[in-house]
Ligand binder design. Structure first.
Ligand SMILES: Cc1ncc(COP(=O)(O)O)c(C=O)c1O
Length: 391
């Protein structure tokens, strides 16, 4: 049976709660929306949580709420999903990509400062961080940079729902926005919890929150809630609402979040143990001790230089074994054919050359993990260079 890199977990109570929502009078703009938002708010310990219909719309809402406009400057990591990049460009912003750490694939604060300095950037509008795989690295450094340059800091936390970090013995949740202005999340089926498609924006800034509420639903505003037929447009807006059916699923999934994260951490631990024998060829990212990851991805780095092969052959080999690893991500400048100076992205290219995402999901079994590890071992054995030994 095939093993994909990710898979949602739908519990039976999720099905019954979602079914119930289908029988309610309001399939959208009903009570489940508020309930889901309240659950997120109290889980993350944040003032405002606004749900929407994808992680991409969450980013668009966040950037629109800070009034990102033509020629504004945005900085983000070069290893990234395309959503934050696209949404910034759609608002006319100038995007500067930043080199990442070659092992974690995450933006490095020192590289961020380098890009700011080299390009003599004075008026930065927003820095968008992204915690690849779910591990929230360097939060405090990014927060200091935000303070120094008096710009917004948005966390594209789509990989990190349920992750947290410790500063001076105090634990903060990603999405609590203690060290950022806004966090955005996705509830796509492969994320920590799912609503089918879905997303959320969190913030402690009440002004930003009210703007997002307006933008989510056409910019329309009712002065008197009882006069439901009387409304005005207060701003431009979109329809980024999340239906009550999706929210019911979200409410139910929130009840399983700790169980899901615990299991994903267990899977990572198992992989770590089982991959140890291949340590000459495979390494795992080492994260700071003060962070707790929801383990969205199982990232590994394969040293193809020691083999007579490359990543493309690796994917082909694994696919023949009915295992489907994934690439997170192809550098944005490659995906978007953006001209860059390769010398400034040495780490990004190094990360891209080696990194692979192995299968990780709630219901993965030890047998399946063994199958993945054994297939990697077979691939390495077949492709060993002369004079190179497996162990
Ligand atoms: C880092 C990151 N940002 C944004 C998104 C967009 O989320 P969605 O697919 O819900 O629009 C994703 C989804 O894969 C993502 O991984």
């Amino acid at each position: 049976m095939r093993i994909d890199y990710g898979k949602q977990k739908i519990f039976s109570k999720d099905i019954s709660l979602t079914k119930k929502a289908l029988k309610k009078p309001f399939l959208t703009q009903g009570k489940n929306v508020n309930l889901f938002e309240k659950k997120i708010q109290s889980f993350l310990k944040v003032k405002h949580s606004i749900v929407c219909n994808s992680g991409t719309s969450a980013i668009h809402l966040a950037l629109s709420a800070i009034e990102l406009k033509k020629n504004d400057i945005v900085l983000m990591p070069a290893i990234n999903f395309i959503a934050a990049y696209n949404m910034s460009l759609s608002l006319g912003a100038r995007v500067y990509l930043v080199d990442v750490n070659p092992i974690t694939g995450q933006m490095m604060p020192e590289n961020l400062l380098k890009v700011i300095k080299e390009n003599r950037l004075k008026k930065i509008k927003v820095i968008i961080t992204m915690y690849l795989g779910g591990a929230p690295e360097n939060i405090l450094s990014f927060y200091m940079i935000k303070k120094k340059f008096k710009c917004f800091l948005i966390e594209d936390s789509c990989h990190a729902f349920g992750s947290s970090y410790k500063i001076n013995k105090k634990i903060y949740n990603i999405g609590s926005c203690t060290h950022s202005d806004i966090s955005t999340f996705s509830f796509h089926p492969l994320k920590t919890i799912t609503t089918g498609e879905g997303g959320a924006v969190t913030t402690n800034n009440s002004k930003i929150a009210s703007k997002i509420l307006l933008l989510r639903s056409h910019g329309l505003f009712r002065k008197n809630i009882k006069k439901y037929w009387d409304y005005q447009a207060k701003s431009i807006g979109f329809n980024y609402r999340l239906s009550d059916i999706n929210c019911a699923l979200g409410v139910s999934q929130m009840g399983s979040i700790q169980k899901i994260i615990k299991k994903r951490n267990k899977v990572v631990k198992l992989y770590k143990k089982k991959l140890l024998k291949l340590k000459k060829f495979i390494s795992l990212p080492l994260y700071s001790k003060n962070i707790y990851s929801c383990c969205h991805l199982m990232l590994v780095s394969i040293n193809f230089d020691k083999l007579k092969s490359n990543k493309e052959f690796f994917f082909d080999y694994m696919n023949k074994e009915l295992i489907f690893p994934q690439q997170h991500y192809i550098p944005l400048f490659k995906v978007c054919k953006k001209k860059i100076d390769k010398k400034k992205f040495v780490n990004t290219l190094e990360f891209f050359k080696k990194s692979v995402s192995l299968p990780i999901f709630f219901s993965i079994t030890t047998k399946q993990i063994d199958r993945v590890v054994n297939s990697i071992e077979k691939f390495i054995k077949i492709n060993l260079r002369k004079n190179e030994k497996l162990f």
